[in-house]
Design a protein around this ligand. Structure first.
Ligand code: FES
Length: 108
């Protein structure tokens, strides 16, 4: 079951508060989530790198919108969670939604 956690009052506030391509750590109901805005898209993935556990929020996002772990530079799709060269397990992806009532990340 998904629990929707409200982070912002709407998508505009989320866009203003999250810098483009700058990962942000959020701890939501005990889940460490890496939240990224890439242009007008928002992504939420597990913060812990599936290779060796480094915090992906300390990483960078490349021009293709992939997140790069700061430790060994593994590179993950923010859309699918897949590591570019299949070197480690897929990241858990959390759903993101925005409507008139707010901007939410779904935790499960
Ligand atoms: S811990 Fe992330 S690439 Fe090794």
């Amino acid at each position: 079951m998904v629990t929707w956690v409200k982070l912002f009052s709407n998508a505009s506030e989320a866009s203003a508060r999250l810098l483009h391509g700058r990962p942000q750590l959020c701890v939501l109901h005990g889940h460490r989530v890496c939240l990224v805005r890439f242009g007008s898209n928002f992504y939420a993935v597990q913060d812990s790198c599936s290779h060796n556990g480094e915090s992906l929020s300390k990483g960078t996002v490349n021009h293709l919108g992939e997140i790069i772990c700061p430790w060994h530079n593994y590179c993950f799709s923010l859309e699918t969670g897949r590591e570019l060269h299949n070197r480690s397990a897929d990241l858990k992806i959390y759903p993101v939604k925005a409507d008139d009532s707010g901007f939410y990340v779904g935790i499960f």
